[in-house]
Design a protein around this ligand. Sequence first.
Ligand SMILES: Cc1ncc(C[n+]2csc(CCOP(=O)(O)OP(=O)(O)O)c2C)c(N)n1
Ligand SMILES: [Mg+2]
Length: 320
Amino acid sequence: MDVLLDLYRDMWVVRAFELGLEREFKKGNVPGMLHTGLGQEAVQAAIAQSLRHTDAFFPDHRCHGLLVLAGTPGEKIMAELFGKATGVCSGKGGSLHSADPSVGNFGDNAVEGSMMATALGVALAYKMQKRDDLAAVIVGDGTSGRGEWHESLNLAATWKLPVLYCCVNNGYAISTAVGKAHATENLYEFACAYKMPSIQVDGNDIVAAHKATEEAVDHIRKGNGPFFIEYKTWRWQGIFSGEFRPDDEVHYWREEHEPIKLAQQHLISSGIADAAQLEQIKAEVEAQVEDWITFAKDSPAPDPAKATSNVYVGWEIAAR
Ligand SMILES: Cc1ncc(C[n+]2csc(CCOP(=O)(O)OP(=O)(O)O)c2C)c(N)n1
Ligand SMILES: [Mg+2]
């Protein structure tokens, strides 16, 4: 199958997963907070496509779909988000703390940017082991104001560590626009200061995002050190229910420059697929996601007696 058709399906996995999850969240079936990856489907599909299971990746709080694309069964991610015992971390990790080392998912962390430091350690280990695997870290624009962000880039560049920096610049951190909190709106310029190869790419254009990610990964696997990609995109979800973004901006990103629509136009105009095929892919993925939701709903809650197991590696701690 054409890789672009594959990526199209992957984008629908992200979209359908998040729409289904959001619907269930609103019904009160999903505990905790929910940050969705809606609008960022092309970024997630491109990253997942370029990684392999022996790489390490550190997802951020909007990467539920990417976790599925990386290889964890969809029902296990869905059940995890529902807080159920059948989840990939037995329902204890939820959206922000689930991991699955079997596919290279080293886990998210609610302290934004802290994975940038952890990724360095993993990348250093891979380099010392002379592997051609890499550590990919996915972070939002807001993280680039943190000290760890800059320390990580500096050390990765200095030691030529195999780190793929995926900076998802969706324009806002909470409700603060990038330009109001950073010296530049083009975050790849920070990476230039650390003498790191970097690129800014349209994160809503799957063709461009895929090409950039493949090139970056190839560069890293050849032992050339880190690479920084800034994906310019836009998240559908505001943090608060009141919409703080201007109407013309919303219209541009959700209508004119919407990633799935752009991919459809490309696939049809280049003769890779017709509208009926694309509709079928969408319907298949949506049905699959509904199965995952049913699985999650029907799964048991974790056993309270096991609340203290698997908290620390190799330790059992007593409940208080
Ligand atoms: C160190 C730290 N500071 C603050 C927060 C609270 N917080 C959660 S999400 C978020 C905004 C993150 O913005 P960005 O990195 O741009 O990601 P986005 O939500 O836009 O995808 C903040 C400040 C946090 N989790 N960690
Ligand atoms: Mg942001």
